[in-house]
Design a protein around this ligand. Structure first.
Ligand SMILES: Cc1cc2nc3c(=O)[nH]c(=O)nc-3n(C[C@H](O)[C@H](O)[C@H](O)COP(=O)(O)OP(=O)(O)OC[C@H]3O[C@@H](n4cnc5c(N)ncnc54)[C@H](O)[C@@H]3O)c2cc1C
Length: 394
C-alpha cells in the first residue's frame, strides 16, 4: 500500500483511528443499521468515544474547532474511516464540505448559528441544489426562486435528493435571485432552517441502498427568512456550489478507498478459505486475476486521490485531478465490490456480509456530485484545450 507523503504523526493517528473503526464502529454496525440514520444511543456512544480519544472532526479547519488536517494526510485517515458506512458520522466528518462552505462564505452570525454546532456534531446540514424538473447535472437550469421583500427573502423552491433534510437543522437552498444575469450568476445560496413555516418534506424518496432512507423531496412555498440568511454575495450561488462540491468529491473518493479495501480483504479471506473443484478458490487463476486487478485498481485510485488532495492543498482548484478520480474511483469501488460478491457466491448477495449493502451504495457513486459522463467531459475538454500543459503532467 502506498504511504507517499505519510508522516509519523499521521501514521500514529491513523493507527488509532483504525483501532476505533475496527473495534468500536464495525462491531456496532448491526445496531446502527437497526437504529437507522438518526442519532440514537449507539451512535451517540460512538461520538462520545471518538471525542474522548481525540479522533473527532480531524479534517475540519482548526479555526473552527477541527483537527486542521490538510487534504493529503486526511486521505490516509478517511480511507480508514470509510471502511464503515457509519465511520464518518461517528468521528464528525460527515458534513465537511458544508463546513468548508460556511467557513469560506459565512458571516460571523451564520458561523455561530450553524457552523459551530455542525462541527460539534450537534446538528446536521443539508443542501438543496437538484430539482426534479430539470437536469441536476447542469445546475444553471435551476428554476427555484427567491425574491427580496423588505428585509426578507421569500423562497419558492422544489428540490429533491436533498440528502438528510429530514434530520437536518437547515438546508442551503440554491435559488434564482438575479433572473437577468448571465446563467452562471443567476442564483444565490440561502440558509433556511428546516422548521421555517412553508418548508415541507414531501417524502423520503425510496432508493436502493439506504434502507431507512434519507434522500428527501422538499417544497418551499413562500418561505420567509431574514435577508441576512444569504450566504456569500448575491448571484454567487454557482461559485459557492463549486467550492463545496470540489472538496466534497474528494472526500467521497477517500471514503471509497476504505470501502474498496474492505471488500478486497473480504474477497481474499473467502478465496483463502473456500474449497471447490480440488483446490482453494485462491488457487484458481480467475480468482487470482480478481485479486491482482483489484489490488492494482485500488492502488491507482489511492495515488490519484492523493494527487488530487495534494493539488487542493497547494491552493489550486484541481478540476482535472478531482474529475479524474471521481469517475475512476467510482468505477473501482463498484468493480472491487462486484468481484468480492462473485467470490462469495450466493453468500455475497445476502445481508450476512456487508458486501450487498456496499454494492447498492456504490451504484450511487457514479451519479451523485456529478455523473461519470460530466466528469469525463470536464477532463476531456480541458485536456483537449491544452494537452501538453494540463496538470498533473505539466
Ligand atoms: C445518493 C444521492 C445523493 C444525492 N444528494 C444530493 C444532495 O444532498 N443535494 C442535491 O442537491 N443533490 C443531490 N443529489 C443529486 C445529484 O447531484 C444529481 O442526481 C446529479 O447531479 C445528476 O443530476 P440528475 O439526477 O438530474 O441527472 P441528469 O442531469 O438528468 O442526467 C441524467 C444522465 O444524463 C447523462 N448526462 C448528463 N449530462 C451529460 C453530458 N454532458 N454528457 C453525457 N451524458 C450526460 C448521465 O448519464 C446522467 O446520469 C444526490 C443524488 C444521489 C443519487
Amino acid at each position: 500500500m502506498s504511504t507517499y507523503g505519510l508522516t509519523d504523526p499521521v501514521r500514529e493517528l491513523r493507527e488509532r483511528m483504525r483501532k476505533f473503526i475496527q473495534e468500536e464502529v464495525i462491531p456496532a454496525e448491526p445496531l446502527l443499521d437497526a437504529e437507522g440514520e438518526r442519532d440514537r444511543e449507539a451512535m451517540a456512544r460512538l461520538k462520545e468515544s471518538a471525542k474522548r480519544q481525540g479522533l473527532w472532526a480531524l479534517g475540519h479547519p482548526a479555526e473552527i474547532g477541527g483537527g486542521g488536517l490538510p487534504f493529503m494526510p486526511f486521505v490516509y485517515l478517511n480511507e480508514v474511516i470509510g471502511r464503515s458506512h457509519w465511520g464518518q458520522a461517528a468521528v464528525g466528518t460527515l458534513s465537511m464540505q458544508d463546513s468548508i462552505m460556511l467557513h469560506l462564505f459565512g458571516t460571523q452570525e451564520q458561523k455561530r448559528r450553524w457552523l459551530e454546532p455542525l462541527v460539534a456534531g450537534e446538528i446536521y446540514p443539508s443542501v438543496g441544489l437538484t430539482e426534479p424538473e430539470v437536469a441536476g447535472s447542469d445546475p444553471t437550469l435551476m428554476q427555484s426562486t427567491a425574491r427580496l421583500e423588505g428585509d426578507e427573502w421569500v423562497i419558492d423552491a422544489h428540490k429533491w435528493f436533498t440528502s438528510g433534510a429530514n434530520r437536518a437543522a437547515f438546508t442551503t437552498i440554491f435559488a434564482i435571485t438575479e433572473p437577468d444575469a448571465d446563467r452562471h450568476a443567476k442564483f444565490s445560496a440561502i440558509l433556511v432552517p428546516t422548521d421555517a413555516p412553508g418548508y415541507e418534506i414531501v417524502r423520503v424518496i425510496p432508493t436502493m441502498g439506504h434502507t431507512g432512507g434519507n434522500h428527501c423531496e422538499i417544497r418551499l412555498r413562500g418561505v420567509r427568512v431574514p435577508k441576512q440568511s444569504l450566504l456569500g454575495p448575491r448571484g454567487a450561488g454557482f461559485v459557492i456550489a463549486q467550492k463545496r462540491l470540489g472538496p466534497g468529491r474528494i472526500f467521497h473518493c477517500m471514503r471509497w478507498l476504505g470501502q474498496a479495501q474492505r471488500a478486497f480483504e473480504l474477497l481474499c479471506e473467502r478465496a483463502n478459505s473456500r474449497w471447490a473443484h480440488g483446490s482453494l478458490l485462491a488457487e484458481k487463476g480467475e480468482v487470482q486475476r480478481f485479486v491482482a486487478e483489484s489490488a492494482a485498481e485500488i492502488q491507482a485510485a489511492r495515488l490519484m486521490t492523493l494527487d488530487a488532495a495534494r493539488a487542493l492543498d497547494e491552493g489550486g482548484e484541481a478540476r482535472v485531478e478531482i474529475s479524474l478520480i471521481k469517475f475512476w474511483g467510482a468505477r473501482v469501488l463498484h468493480d472491487v465490490i462486484d468481484r468480492a460478491i462473485q467470490v462469495h457466491g450466493a453468500l455475497g448477495v445476502t445481508g450476512d456480509t456487508p458486501l450487498e449493502r456496499m454494492y447498492r451504495e456504490a451504484r450511487y457513486a457514479r451519479i451523485y456530485d456529478g455523473p461519470d459522463e460530466v466528469h469525463r467531459m470536464v477532463v476531456a475538454r480541458r485536456l483537449l484545450r491544452d494537452p501538453h500543459g494540463a496538470p498533473p503532467w505539466a
